[in-house]
Ligand binder design. Structure first.
Ligand SMILES: CCCCCC/C=C/CC(=O)SCCNC(=O)CCNC(=O)[C@H](O)C(C)(C)COP(=O)(O)OP(=O)(O)OC[C@H]1O[C@@H](n2cnc3c(N)ncnc32)[C@H](O)[C@@H]1OP(=O)(O)O
Length: 712
């Protein structure tokens, strides 16, 4: 797991060998320590180069070992190995190709010199795993870069490109050629030179003025951005230790903080998200097709139909992935505006051509329809595309809730029709729901999943149902939020509870941002409001269920959210972002309650969280039961990467498991008893069965789901 060889007569080259990312597993740690000792004791060896086998230097500690204390504790500890490296009396050079991340960069920091390939990147991303750089990184990096630059890298966890790393002083030299060869030559030139100053553990941190004020401010800033995550705050504390304590004392502090984080639920949740993101690529379909048995036809040209906000973002995402894109908009004035906007986003043309004619899509391998949410309009477009497009071309819709099967049946190629549900802004948001109907072929899904990866998306294969997975689960969440307003809560109270939980934005601020009119249009299509509803129908009941017309009434008042400068909050002008409380809304809610004989009661944050989140989670269990999502992990990936669910809480299904399924069930039963006219609060049978079978861990839920009719 660590290769050892002598080159040029005096240089020991130690190569970490653990594909695909050369993670520091127990076996690698063992091999590394043995190799360092061998180099120390061999009188012929006068310098050492540490590199990664077959490309990447090192992706850090082996994350797969984290859940298992016995794995973590077997083999030598990273801190001990890095101490031996730093203490070596012969110059040690890190030869960094690909990436040096986490423990990988900490290893490089223990070396006396760092050589990088010009395309390499380095970083300490532990914070995104709910951790801190716990093998000396929080103490050595500030000593090398100074507190400001080190704190930025450690708290954000960002990857730093080689060029920037050179400027920061993190890398000593760059090469465009063979990194190991260059490092070997350099190591030889350093043989016999003094090393004391090269050992970062020996150096003091560069001084910083007003150190207390600096760290107080850093803590406030980190707390503001952390949304309840503990790791960023621990990172600040550890770096403060580097700035104020001798090295060994700082190392003790780092260890204490790391031990607390390592065993926390937040680290467990963040780690789960890491594997969930990657697991989504291993998709399955109901026909038994799988990611590893299905070959995808390559897609190199695409057409986007409709250049509103979504269409523009999709065009940019496809062009950035290297596709040649034709962007089609039949409204000439919108076409010009879209062309300017897309060029701005792409900073130039970027392989995009424009047309007002649907015929321009004829040669594309993939067409993405992104016109507004009107079934009749989309049906007409799919009919035309079916005859215009070349055989074999995939026809996708970006609808966020409409029926894919209905669109497929308008074409002569239903097996090549699918949903590609992008999230706004489409060129920024990581999530892509790849929606397949019963007739969508496995090759179509494979091609879409592969394209998603090229665009840098977390692509999740889901089945077809109203709202697919994400929006289907959002509906009960929104509904409970409206009900809470009727019962006495304010948008501010509901949003504060959700933001404290870790969402970047509460539900009402989110609605204002996305536009209240979107849901209004969908409810009109569904016949829940608008001209189809007769005057004799009770206002707060639809189809025998409780219904809140609050959102409809807001739209009737012209309050669409940020775009009109008024929604659940007040904004300085249309399009402004800063939400202020609106006295009008308070009177509006009071009048509404009075009109409907509703008595406002005191609602606390716990009820807000339980009503909104348990209703959403309950729908998640129904999604699993129906087979619309293949696994709870897929649902969690959708929520973390598309809906702002905080990573340190793992996703809704993971959160349910962490809270305890029995407690979630009990909560739903309590609220359903109090609100029997709200079926979303009625615990679903899968949740009941899971609790009855002893609440198995999340990776075993599929065994209980089995046997159910499944679309996936
Ligand atoms: C008190 C206790 C003290 C203990 C001290 C422990 C110290 C810990 C410090 C650390 O080092 S924590 C780990 C820090 N490293 C990272 O966060 C890097 C994570 N990995 C990545 O960001 C990416 O994987 C990558 C390295 C940039 C490569 O990206 P790429 O897109 O090329 O490949 P992926 O699909 O992401 O990964 C391929 C494959 O490898 C698995 N994997 C990646 N990194 C690790 C890792 N560090 N450990 C174990 N496995 C890793 C990944 O899961 C993929 O596997 P799969 O089976 O195909 O899903």
């Amino acid at each position: 797991m660590a290769q050892y060889r002598i080159v040029s007569g005096s240089v020991a080259v130690i190569s970490i060998q653990n594909p695909p990312v050369n993670a520091l597993s127990a076996a690698v740690r063992e091999g590394l320590l043995l190799s360092v000792r061998a180099a120390a004791s061999d009188p012929l060896v006068r310098s050492v180069v540490i590199s990664g086998h077959n490309g990447p230097f090192c992706g850090g500690a082996d994350i797969k070992e984290f859940g298992n204390v016995s794995h973590l504790e077997s083999g030598p500890h990273l801190v001990e190995i890095f101490e031996s490296v730093e203490a070596l009396a012969k110059p040690v050079v890190a030869a960094i190709e690909g990436f040096a991340l986490g423990g990988g960069l900490e290893l490089a920091l223990a070396c006396h010199y760092r050589f990088g390939h010009s395309e390499a990147r380095v970083g300490l991303p532990e914070v995104s795993l709910g951790l801190l750089p716990g093998a000396g990184g929080s103490q050595r990096l500030p000593r090398l870069l100074g507190v400001r630059a080190a704190l930025d890298m450690i708290v954000t966890g960002r990857h730093v490109a080689a060029g920037e790393a050179l400027k920061l002083g993190l890398l000593d030299r760059l090469t465009d050629g063979n990194t190991v060869d260059a490092a070997v030559r350099f190591a030889q030139s350093a043989e016999g030179k003094p090393l004391d100053d090269r050992r970062l553990g020996n150096r003091p941190c560069p001084p910083l003025e007003n150190i207390d004020a600096f760290f107080e401010e850093a803590l406030i800033h980190a707390r503001g951005r952390a949304r309840g995550a503990a790791a960023p705050l621990a990172c600040v504390q550890a770096v403060r230790g580097a700035a104020t304590l001798p090295f060994l004392k700082g190392m003790e502090l780092e260890k204490r903080l790391m031990e607390t984080l390592m065993t926390s639920g937040q680290a467990q949740a963040s780690r789960y998200c890491f594997f969930t993101e990657r697991g989504a690529a291993r998709w399955t379909t109901p026909t038994g097709a799988r990611w590893d048995t299905c070959r995808a036809r390559p897609i190199s040209t695409a057409a986007v139909i409709g250049l509103g906000t979504m269409g523009r973002g999709i065009t940019v995402a496809l062009a950035r992935a290297g596709l040649s894109v034709v962007a089609v908009e039949t409204q000439e004035h919108q076409l010009d505006e879209a062309q300017r906007a897309v060029s701005r986003m792409l900073k130039g043309g970027g392989g995009v051509s424009y047309s007002a004619d649907l015929q321009a899509a004829a040669g594309a391998d993939l067409v993405v329809e992104a016109v507004f949410e009107d079934m009749a309009v989309k049906e007409e477009i799919f009919k035309q595309l079916s005859s215009v497009c070349k055989p074999g071309a995939l026809l996708a819709t970006n609808t966020s809730s409409l029926d894919i099967d209905r669109l497929a049946s308008c074409t002569l190629r239903p097996e090549q029709v699918l949903g590609l549900h992008f999230f706004a802004p489409a060129h920024v948001m990581r999530l892509l729901e790849v929606v397949s109907g019963p007739r969508t072929s496995p090759q179509t899904v494979a091609a879409a999943m592969q394209l998603g990866r090229r665009m840098g998306k977390v692509s999740v294969a889901v089945g077809n149902c109203p709202g697919f997975v994400g929006n289907r689960m959002l509906k009960p969440y929104l509904e409970q939020a409206y009900f809470l307003l009727e019962e006495g809560a304010s948008p501010e109270l509901v949003d504060a509870a959700l933001e404290e939980f870790g969402f970047p934005m509460g539900v009402f601020k989110m609605s204002d941002l996305s536009g209240l009119d979107i849901g209004w249009r969908v409810r009109k299509e569904e016949g829940l409001t608008g001209p189809g509803v007769t005057a004799d129908q009770p206002m707060r009941t639809r189809r025998g269920r409780r219904y809140s017309p609050l959102g409809d009434l807001m739209c009737e008042e012209g309050r669409y959210g940020q775009k009109t400068g008024r929604g659940w909050y007040l904004y300085d002008r249309p399009g402004a972002r800063v939400a202020r409380s609106d006295p009008w809304l308070r009177s509006f809610l009071e009048e509404y309650r009075e009109r409907h004989g509703l008595l406002a009661r005191r609602i606390d944050q716990q009820e807000v969280l339980e009503r909104c989140l348990y209703a959403l989670i309950n729908e998640g269990f129904r999604v699993l039961e129906d087979g619309v999502a293949a696994s709870p992990q897929n649902i969690d990936a959708i929520y973390v990467f598309g809906y702002g669910w905080p990573k340190h809480r793992g996703g809704p299904m993971f959160y349910a498991a962490q809270v305890g399924l029995a407690r979630v069930l009990e909560g739903l039963e309590k609220y359903h008893k109090a609100h029997p006219d709200s079926p979303h609060l009625q615990p679903c049978s899968l949740l009941r069965r899971l609790v009855a079978s002893g609440s198995p861990p999340i990776h075993k839920w599929s065994e209980v789901v089995k046997g159910h009719r499944s679309q996936l």
